[in-house]
Design a protein around this ligand. Structure first.
Ligand SMILES: [Zn+2]
Length: 397
């Protein structure tokens, strides 16, 4: 169990309860003592397989017990397309169809152990659905703050879990920060995308993928490729790599390189990396099919950038054409239906091989963060089907 928060940037450590962000402006995460930690062996425990490195005890019932434990699928039919040996971590198989369920599970348990009655989040997509589902299953109230102009389809996807939905008219980026403060004053624990509870849960994606790769191939992958939006999931992956080194389970030369992928139309972290900046700056948001990762001012972006660089990886941007092509190939070649935002990892890996950052003899894990079954079937999915009479079926075959 871990009850202190620390800042990766300035090293300041504080006891909980504390604000989720450090005075220096960067997000805090939970301090952990990984000495004596060993590779987890019970992956059926999902998110809770390494509970000693989490800030809450495992629940004994509810969907929090069902988060994580997703398959790492070796996909040889994608090797030629990407140019390396590919495995896909299929996070779409979480209870509400995305990796967010890991962070939600931990956030809900931290809230319950602290005696909170209500949790909240600022999201109009996967995180809203996940938080609302997790809260109702745990008997907690839930507030979801969405932008006033949210689409009806998205609203209905969230509403099915029966949270209190508040449409907020104003700057959505500022709402992220204001909700944390207002929530603390009003007794609602906001588990936003890079909040310490959520990052603690989300670090388990990478841990699980590494354990699964080790079990199958004998060692961890050379590269871990992940879509990046707020930076919370990427920060979690980085934290896992730090903990495995602290535990003595990975030598510095064995640490997988962490690569982050953005949609070119909204790529503040990739731009900061390319320009050699130390911190991520807000960009203008363009339209992209990968709308759920289009965050023009990622709150955990600088930490994510730091993590990618620290592991010898980097950040790349891919355009919509490459994203849609990768999405089609994931389904058409490997049978995996992922959301467009998730396909960025495969598109990114392909680009990284083309630019020589990943070599053809390396093993790559691409994280598919969310299920494609939530996305409406649209022009994205070309259909190639012929019509024949029943009498002609034999000839057609
Ligand atoms: Zn700090």
């Amino acid at each position: 169990m871990t009850e202190r928060l620390t800042c990766y940037a300035c090293g300041t450590t504080v006891a909980t309860p504390a604000a989720p962000r450090c005075d220096c402006g960067e997000p805090r995460w939970y301090e952990t003592d990984a000495s004596g930690f060993d590779w987890p062996t019970d992956l059926d425990a999902g998110t809770w397989a390494a509970a000693e490195l989490l800030p809450a005890h495992p629940p004994d019932a509810g969907i929090g017990t069902a988060s994580g434990g997703t398959p790492l699928v070796r996909t040889p039919t994608l090797d030629e397309y990407v140019g390396a040996a590919v495995s896909v971590k299929d996070e779409g198989l979480n209870p509400t169809g995305s990796f967010k369920d890991r962070g939600t599970a931990v956030g809900i348990e931290v809230a319950r152990e602290a005696g909170d009655d209500a949790v909240g989040t600022v999201s109009h997509g996967n995180m809203a659905m996940s938080t609302a589902a997790g809260a109702t299953a745990a008997g907690l109230d839930c507030v979801v703050c969405v932008p006033a102009d949210i689409s009806d389809e998205r609203l209905r996807n969230i509403a099915r879990y029966d949270p209190r939905i508040v449409r907020v008219d104003g700057d959505y980026g500022q709402l992220y920060y204001d909700a944390l403060e207002i929530g603390r004053e009003r007794g609602v624990r906001f588990v936003n995308s890079d909040s310490p509870e959520r990052v603690a849960g989300q670090k388990t994606t990478a841990l699980e993928a590494l354990v699964q790769h080790r079990d199958r191939a004998g060692d961890v992958p050379d590269a871990l490729v992940l879509p990046v939006s707020s930076g919370g999931h990427a920060s979690g992956a980085y934290k896992t790599l730090l903990e495995l080194q602290a535990a003595g389970l990975l030598a510095p030369s064995e640490v997988p390189r962490l690569y982050l992928v953005q949609a070119a139309a909204c790529a503040p972290i990739a731009e900061a990396d390319e320009r050699g900046l130390e911190s991520v700056e807000r960009v203008e948001k363009g339209e992209t099919v990968a709308y759920s990762i289009a965050n023009p001012a990622p709150p955990g972006g600088t930490r994510a950038l730091h993590g990618a660089r620290d592991t010898g990886g980097g950040v790349v941007a891919v355009d919509d054409e490459a994203i849609l092509d990768a999405k089609r190939r994931l389904a058409g070649d490997a049978g995996l239906t992922v959301e467009a935002s998730s396909a960025t990892s495969v598109a990114g890996a392909r680009k990284l091989v083309a630019t020589g950052e990943i070599s053809s003899d390396e093993a790559v894990v691409c994280v598919a963060t969310g299920s494609g079954f939530k996305e409406s079937v649209s022009a994205v999915d070309d259909v190639d089907a012929e019509t024949v009479s029943l009498a002609d079926l034999g000839d057609a075959l």
